[in-house]
Structure formats: structure tokens, C-alpha cells
Design a protein around this ligand. Structure first.
Ligand SMILES: *Cc1c(COP(=O)(O)O)cnc(C)c1O
Length: 222
């Protein structure tokens, strides 16, 4: 068994059944993705539009592609036709553009709103007020080609596990709050949190989608 498929197998065995594993293949060659695909994996994540579009063209069509990185509005059109889930939606303007491109592609595109949960100020994401504005505003109701399927967040990159846990806890409680309220075009079922270094904590705090790269494909060389 290759290293990639054995990492994948071990990881899958350790994840709860309700948890989706997004294998993050950014910077890795399509041959690595294919190896994981042949081991039965179907959900893959990329953080750059160009790389995502290129791999999607080269690789089997039943792969579910997740856009996990920061997405610029002018690039939505390159992935709208096929993307399975956009994790990093952090503005109403971006959501509007996704809706527009979804209409052109005759699809309803599933999106996660990215929340700013880290104490670091280097990461993208919405705060609670911005989240409420999007969910309670009139504009979302008219967006017939997007669906808010959940929330995504990245914890601070730190050794301090208590801090990471606290940040994930905050995200989970926001998720529960929205899940239990009623908004048009919102159907919360996905909480995307946890990466190679912190997914165990994320799972303990209620994640049901983890985005894991280096623990499957090995360290990245930039
Ligand atoms: C790169 C990346 C990951 C995966 O990171 P690893 O530490 O390699 O598991 C997860 N989420 C996002 C948004 C990323 O950009």
C-alpha cells in the first residue's frame, strides 16, 4: 500500500462516521490526488482557483471539489460550474457573485460562511455582527442560486490547546444558534473545522468536516 493510501485509511478509521474528510491536495500533483481517488476517496480541497480548475479538468469527474481558500469575486466564474462546496465565503458581495454565477450555471451552490474565530488578526472571516447582517438581511432571501450549508473557521496557529479548543467551542455555539433559527436559503448541516494539527480537538468540539492536507500527502514545499 502506498503512503498516501495508508495515511488515508488510518485517518478514516479514526474519524467518526458523520464526519466528512476533505483531503487537501494544494501544491501536490494530480498523481497524488489520483492515488487517493483510487483508494476510494472523493472529497478534495484546494485553496487556489487556478489549481482547482486545472486539477478538476485533469481528474475524474465524480470528485467533489471543495474550495477552501480565500476566493476573489472575479474568479468565481472559473469554478461555478462544478465546485461542490465553497468554504471561505466572507462577504455579502462574494455571496452575490456566487449567486450570479450559480444562476448562469443553473446550479444552487453550497457555501459555508467563514467565521473569524482566531485571536490572530491575520486570518479571514466574518465577525458575529457581519454574520447576523448576512443572515437577517433582505438580500440573501433573493439569492436563489446559493445555499448557506454551514460555517467554517480556522483556529489560531498555536501550541496552546486550550486556546484552540476555546475558539472551536465559540464556532460550534454560533453554528448551533443558527441551526436552530429559521432563515431563507440557509440549511445548516456542515461545520468545517480542524486541520492536520488540530482536528482531534475540532472533533471533540463538534466538527463534522475536517480539512486535512499534510497528514495525508506529507509536508508541502512552497
Ligand atoms: C492548507 C489548508 C488546510 C490543510 O492544512 P494541513 O495543515 O496541511 O492539514 C486546511 N484548511 C485550509 C483553509 C487550508 O488552507
Amino acid at each position: 500500500m502506498s503512503e498516501i493510501s495508508s495515511h488515508l485509511k488510518d485517518l478514516k478509521e479514526s474519524l467518526p462516521e458523520n464526519c466528512t474528510l476533505v483531503a487537501v491536495s494544494k501544491t501536490k500533483p494530480s498523481s497524488d490526488v489520483l492515488e487517493a481517488y483510487e483508494a476510494g476517496h472523493r472529497d478534495f480541497g484546494e485553496n487556489k482557483v487556478q489549481e482547482l480548475a486545472q486539477k478538476a479538468e485533469e481528474l475524474p469527474k465524480d470528485i467533489r471539489w471543495h474550495m477552501i481558500g480565500h476566493l476573489q469575486r472575479n474568479k468565481v466564474k472559473y469554478i461555478a460550474d462544478f465546485v461542490h462546496l465553497i468554504h471561505g465565503v466572507d462577504s455579502l458581495k462574494l455571496l452575490k457573485e456566487i449567486n450570479k454565477q450559480g444562476r448562469k450555471s443553473d446550479r444552487v451552490i453550497d457555501c459555508l460562511l467563514q467565521m473569524h474565530i482566531a485571536e490572530e488578526d491575520t486570518k479571514f472571516g466574518l465577525d458575529k455582527n457581519e454574520l447576523d447582517e448576512i443572515l437577517q438581511g433582505e438580500q440573501l432571501k433573493e439569492m436563489t442560486h446559493v445555499r448557506i450549508a454551514g460555517l467554517m473557521g480556522m483556529a489560531t496557529f498555536t501550541e496552546n490547546q486550550d486556546q484552540v479548543r476555546r475558539e472551536f467551542k465559540n464556532l460550534k455555539s454560533l453554528y448551533d444558534e443558527i441551526k436552530n433559527s429559521d432563515h431563507t436559503n440557509v440549511q445548516m448541516n456542515t461545520l468545517s473545522m480542524g486541520m492536520s494539527g488540530d482536528y482531534a480537538i475540532a472533533l471533540e468540539e463538534g466538527s463534522n468536516m475536517v480539512r486535512i492536507g499534510s497528514a495525508i500527502f506529507g509536508a508541502r514545499n512552497y
